[in-house]
Design a binder for this molecule. Structure first.
Ligand code: 1VU
Ligand code: MG
Length: 348
């Protein structure tokens, strides 16, 4: 292990200095598209201004015989499109695949100056991040890139979950972590074939009423609560950002909104959108409600320097609730700076 003194030293001569803090930029939705799919690629210029992050996906969902086309398509799009304030990310193939080396070499040397974050799938431990970290430094130096490309890990293996804290702290490049519920379910031998969301079989049942014939209510439970909470803690402890990943039932927009909101309430800053219909859901869920922002501002105004205790509308407020309110207001301010509609809603 490197000395803590060397943690912020560039890993290659000529590579940009690592960042000391992950810059907060809105990333409520990470919109996935296949850059080798002509129909999707054609929609990129229209979708870019509607989303916080556009992600050119090279891994799962891109067929093996379309990997080169997807990579070439992403290079072309990155060169041609002006993304404005929208971030451009990519998801490279897994580190044990035959494509990943060309993904990294091609993308960083050809369009590295356009890429904000590289999402690495199936990360199992700090060693996977260290491999990408050093290679990125070498490629950044070769390409003359002046600001470091950040790294985002997908938490989608049982080993990855067991090592989530060391993954979160493996490099100053670490920007965040997403939950990958489908691969994770397979890795853990969970018995759900869904991509995220609940399962009607995972429930608790109320006690018998005495009379055995009276129906007993059941309550569906959240399969993902433990993993999301663990991921959120690991990310918060290391100053990086947690995300819910994909919700596969595209037509069930209600359950998608529920899944996204559970993640938002637990501390996640965004989720993936796999289809254009999920963009508005993520935007709604991951932007705090205007009423919550107004309440938080009221508490902050009443709390002065943020210490002591006061009563507002029958509810006790103190140093801790002041901090909770600061979380909501600072997120609202950051989003409002980018989104005039939200700025108006939060000002009202
Ligand atoms: O109207 P058009 O025919 O011109 O276009 C279609 C379609 O091409 C387009 N569209 C998209 N455009 C941009 N980004 C997208 N993500 C996107 N998805 C679709 O919209 C028009 C309407 O589409 P549709 O409703 O007819 O839907 P399709 O049957 O064409 O496509 C549905 C899927 C789910 C296949 C498609 O949305 C897709 O491939 N999404 C991305 C999937 C993905 O990235 N999966 C990997 C991440 S999840 C994971 O790794 C673990 C499970
Ligand atoms: Mg996956």
């Amino acid at each position: 292990m490197r000395s803590p003194k060397d943690f912020f030293r560039p890993l290659a001569v000529g590579a940009p200095a690592p960042l000391r803090e992950v810059p907060f930029r809105p990333s409520r939705m990470i919109h996935f598209f296949d850059p080798g799919n002509a129909k999707m690629a054609a929609k990129v210029p229209d979708i870019a201004p509607q989303v916080d992050v556009l992600l050119g996906n090279l891994e799962d969902a891109v067929a093996a015989d379309r990997k080169e086309a997807a990579r070439a398509g992403l290079v072309e799009i990155a060169k041609a499109v002006d993304f404005g304030a929208t971030q451009l990310w990519t998801r490279i193939n897994s580190l044990d695949s035959p494509w990943v080396l060309d993904d990294l070499v091609t993308l960083v040397t050809e369009v590295g100056d356009k890429l904000d974050v590289i999402m690495v799938p199936k990360v199992e431990g700090a060693e996977d991040i260290h491999y990408v970290d050093r290679l990125l430094a070498q490629l950044e130096a070769k390409a003359g890139i002046t600001r470091p490309i950040l790294v985002h890990a997908i938490l989608e293996t049982a080993t990855g979950v067991a090592n989530v804290e060391e993954i979160a702290g493996a490099s100053p490049r670490m920007q965040g972590i997403s939950l990958g519920p489908a691969d994770l379910a397979a890795s853990r031998r969970m018995k759900t074939t869904r991509v995220g969301g609940g399962h009607p079989g995972y429930l608790v049942r109320e006690d018998p009423h005495g009379d055995q014939d009276t129906p007993r209510a059941t309550f569906q439970q959240d399969l993902w609560h433990y993993t999301i909470a663990r991921m959120v803690d690991a990310c918060a402890a290391h100053g990086i950002l947690p995300y819910y990943g994909p919700f596969g039932d595209i037509k069930d927009t209600t359950a998608c909104e529920d899944q996204f909101r559970n993640a938002f309430l637990l501390g996640c800053v965004g989720a993936w959108s796999l289809h254009p219909v999920q963009i508005a859901i993520a935007k709604k869920v991951f932007s705090p409600a205007p009423a919550d922002v107004a309440w938080a501002r009221k508490v902050i105004a009443a709390m002065g320097d943020g210490t002591g205790a006061v009563m507002i509308d029958g509810k006790m407020q103190d140093d801790a609730t002041y901090k909770q309110c600061r979380v909501v207001v600072s997120l609202a301010d950051e989003l409002a700076a980018r989104d005039p509609e939200l700025a108006a809603a939060y000002a009202a």
